[in-house]
Every structure is written in C-alpha cells, then in structure tokens.
Design a protein around this ligand. Structure first.
Ligand code: BES
Ligand code: MN
Ligand code: ZN
Length: 487
C-alpha cells in the first residue's frame, strides 16, 4: 500500500472511500462537522437516530454527495482504553472493507494523538493485504480494484510523515511474516527461507550466515540434525546480523519447521495440512528483521532461524533414540513430534557466541498452549523476571498480548529421563511449561524469554479485523521490544 499525507478539508476530498474511526462518546470535531454539513447532516443523523452506536468493529456505510468523498465509512471503536490498539483495529476493518468493495484509494482521518497515525498505517496495510500467490486471479470483468493507496489526513504533515514511515516499516515486516506463513510447505522450504534471508540481508546491508547439514555436523548439532534426519531437504541454520549500535546484541530466534508431520510419532491426518504453519516463529524473525532494517534502528540485533521438515522415513530419528545436543547434554527421544524444542535447543546454545544482552525465541511449540490460552494470547516463559515483564510490555504496546507461565524447578520432574540427561517430552501434563523447561536447560548463560505462538500466529477462522490465516504475530512484539532498547 502506498501512503501520502495531506492537510485537506474532508468535504473536498476526491476519494472513493473516506474512513472515520469513532470512539464511543466521541464528539464530532470541526473537520467531520464540516463534512457532515456538506452531506446535509447524513453523519449526525445516523448517530442521532442511534443507527450507528460507536460499538467496537461496528461499521456504517454512507454514500457521499456530488463532490467530495464518494463513500464514507464510520468505524466504531467502542469504549477506548488504549487508543493505538483501537486505531489499528479500526484501520484494519476499514481496509478490509475497502478491499471487499473495490476502493482503490482510502482516505483516513483521526485527530493525531499517541502515535495514532503510525498505528493507522499498520492497520490499513494489514487489512488491505491478501494472500493470492497460489491462486488463479479472477477474470478482469469480475475483478475489483485492489486497495493499494491510502491518504492520511493530518494537520501537522511533517510529524505525520515520520509516523507513516515507521508504520510502513512495521507493516512491511508483518506482511513478510504473513506471506511466508501462508506459503505451502513445498514452496516455503528451508532453502526458501535461507534465500529470503539472503535477499533481505542484501537490501538492508546485513550480514548473513547459513549453515547446512554438513556445517551443523561440524558444529555438533546432534539434536537439530536428529529432527532433520528424516528428510532429504538440507536443513538450514540462518543467522542475520543488523549491526547499527554498540554493545551486546539482542538475539531473536525462530522455529522454522516448514512442515511438521510428527515424524515417526506421526500426527493424525485430520488438519495435518495446517502444520505448514510450523515455521511462523522463523517468519516472524524475518519479518522483524525487515522492519528493523527499514527503520535503521541504532541497535545490534541478530536474527536466528532453525529450519527443517519433520518427516517419517527409513532414515528418520525414532522414539528411544538418544541425541547429543550442541551444548553436550544428552536427550532421550520419547516422541518425535516434540521436535521444535530439539531444533531450538541447538540454535539457543549456538547463540552463546553472540554474547547476547537478551534472547527471545518465538515458536509454534505446543498444542497445550493453544488449549491454555486459545488464539488470544501467546504463552510467555523466561529465566529472568525483568525481561519477561519487558516482553509482556512490548506485546501489549503492539496489540499482541502475551500471558506469563511459571518455570519453577518442580516442573523439571516432567522431563527427567532414565537413560539421558533429559527427555524431549513430559506427556500431556503442563505441556507448554514442559517444553519451555526443556529450552531453559540450554539458556542458562543469558537472559531469555520464550514465546509460544502456537495459538496466535495463525487463525483457522475469520478474526473480523483479519482474514483467517497468518496473523504476523509476534513481529510487533519483536519490533516494540527492540525499539524499547534503543538508547
Ligand atoms: N508444532 C507442534 C505444536 C502444535 C500442535 C501447534 C498443534 C499448533 C497446533 C509441535 O511440534 C508439536 O507437535 N507438539 C506436540 C508436543 C507433544 C508431542 C509433547 C504437541 O503439542 O502435541
Ligand atoms: Mn511436532
Ligand atoms: Zn512442530
């Protein structure tokens, strides 16, 4: 989506659609009143008659006059407690509406406050986007114009332009993540993720390192390679370095399982196709690096991705096997479907070479986390309370809520093994915590937070503000966290 900023009268805007987000109890300001007068009171009438009640996600579509905006969309925000999140959501709804009704250009007006313009830009971009890469486009006569332009109406154009640039950077990062997550497993392979990383690194002047099976053997990554043993595809460890600050880097780590069949502990056929989404953590790391690169944030950030495909085959690893991890700890495999932690633990131990200030990993790690928190919040786990709070704060600012879980020593019982140092699954009890306890064993030398995004990265149902499919979570959390660390 292309954005322009304009200081103009609403009544004289020549656009197919003007979106007006309105909070409960909001008084119409002079700009909207001016438009209302030009429309013969059409806006105030639907409000006075209580046809439009400012409810969250409520919309009212009005037809414009002979001049000015062709159509006007009132978007309710309900009782607003946090303006940035409410604005983002209203903008998503407006842009989805623009797509449905074929408005090529949308004007957006809301009095600027609290970074509202940045959030509006993120919301408009997110709402307008649609995945269409593996579908035949409809014939020309059935096709509506795509919503690819937006005009932000602002009085302080210079200030607004800064916010537009940041909003575009964040949105483009989220769209990188959503696109990768939507791509099927036969296209989005570990090689594809590595190529995407290379292209991104080149555009932003980042350093990139890619290890394949051979290099990982030399590094002694027996746990990661155990998972990769069942597929002929070359596994990839991808490292992107954005070096624009001083001091220890923030390290972002993503689980990149391009497909998770469960391996020998194979999953039921029902909905197995969804497991192409098991690289959403990796997609979010690439998305965050895209946003950070565009924003040129003065900070050091390293993005790490562990990518492979979990398949059953004659060469696959199997229950009962014992793997030696990169850190040296021996892992008993009791379930080959608990593969994400096996990939991540080697990447997390490899991350020590960067002497990280903080490490945050994102992974579609457990079905148990979906049972606990549904699709509303990501599970948050960590070995450093201050860092956990910092990440929760970043998630809140990004409208990507997280919720904390405990990692008490008592939970370690769940992953004790009879034959190795630890086992890779503790069964069903406290499944999300057991997985995090496993990762904790490999993160003792730095402050670390783990985000279980199994429920939040992808939706199987329409979310009102977003269509079903990839959500882009937790790109916003990553970006807000890194931004918060820029001194
Ligand atoms: N990728 C899955 C987690 C998952 C499952 C996400 C369902 C979303 C929906 C992960 O690799 C996995 O299979 N986890 C197992 C762990 C179990 C074997 C201990 C799970 O959650 O069932
Ligand atoms: Mn699995
Ligand atoms: Zn998995």
């Amino acid at each position: 989506m292309r954005f322009t900023v304009r200081d103009a009268q609403l009544r004289s805007l020549d656009v197919p659609l003007l979106a007006l987000p309105l909070a409960k109890g909001a008084k119409l300001d002079d700009a909207i009143t001016g438009l209302d007068d030009a429309l013969g009171g059409a806006i105030s009438r639907v409000i006075d008659r209580r046809d439009f009640r400012f409810g969250r996600d409520e919309t009212m579509h009005l037809v414009g006059g002979a001049k000015g905006p062709q159509r006007i969309l009132l978007v309710g925000m309900g009782a607003v407690t946090e303006l940035p999140g409410a604005i983002r959501r209203a903008a998503m709804i407006a842009a989805r509406f623009a797509r449905r009704t074929g408005a090529a250009e949308t004007a957006w007006y809301h009095p600027d406050a609290d970074g509202a313009i940045e959030q509006a830009v993120v919301g408009l971009s997110m709402g307008a986007w649609e995945y269409s890469e593996t579908r035949t486009p409809p014939p020309d006569e059935e096709r509506r114009p795509a919503p690819d332009e937006a005009v932000v109406i602002a009085r302080d154009e210079k200030r607004a332009k800064g916010q537009v640039d940041t909003g575009v950077a964040i949105a483009e990062g989220m769209l990188v993540a959503r696109r990768l997550a939507m791509l099927p497993g036969n296209i989005c392979t570990p090689d594809y993720l590595a190529d995407t990383g290379r292209e991104l690194a080149k555009r932003h002047g980042m350093k990139i390192t890619v290890l394949g099976r051979k290099e990982m053997e030399e590094e002694g990554m027996g746990s990661f390679l155990g998972v990769a043993q069942g597929t002929p595809q070359d596994p990839k460890l991808i490292a992107l370095e954005h070096r624009r600050g001083s001091g220890r880097p923030i390290v972002l780590v993503g689980k990149g399982l391009c497909f998770d069949s469960g391996g020998i502990s194979i999953k039921p056929a029902q909905s197995m196709e969804l497991m192409k989404f098991d690289m959403c953590g990796a997609a979010a790391v690439l998305g965050a690096m895209e946003a950070i690169g565009r924003m040129e944030l003065k900070v050091n950030v390293v993005g790490l991705i562990g990518s492979t495909t979990n398949m059953p085959s004659g060469t696959a690893f199997k229950p009962g096997d014992v793997l030696k991890s990169h850190l040296g700890k021996y892992i008993e495999i009791v379930n080959t479907d608990a593969e994400g932690r096996l990939v991540l633990c080697d990447v997390l131990s490899w991350a020590r070479r960067y002497e990280p200030a903080a490490v945050i990993d994102a992974a579609t790690l457990t079905g148990a986390c979906v049972i606990a928190l549904g699709h509303t919040a990501s599970g948050v786990f960590g070995n450093d309370e201050a860092l956990v709070q910092e990440v929760l704060g970043a998630g809140k600012r990004a409208s990507e809520p997280g919720w904390p879980f405990p990692l008490w020593e008592d939970f370690k019982e769940l992953i004790k093994s009879d034959v190795a140092d630890i086992k890779n699954s503790g069964g069903r009890a406290a499944g999300a915590i057991a997985a995090a306890m496993f990762l904790k064993e490999f993160t003792e030398s730095y402050p670390w937070v783990h985000l279980d995004i199994a429920g939040t990265a992808y939706s199987e149902t329409d979310l009102v503000a977003l269509p079903k499919g990839a959500t882009g979570v937790p790109v916003g959390t990553f970006v807000e966290f890194v931004r918060g660390r820029v001194s």
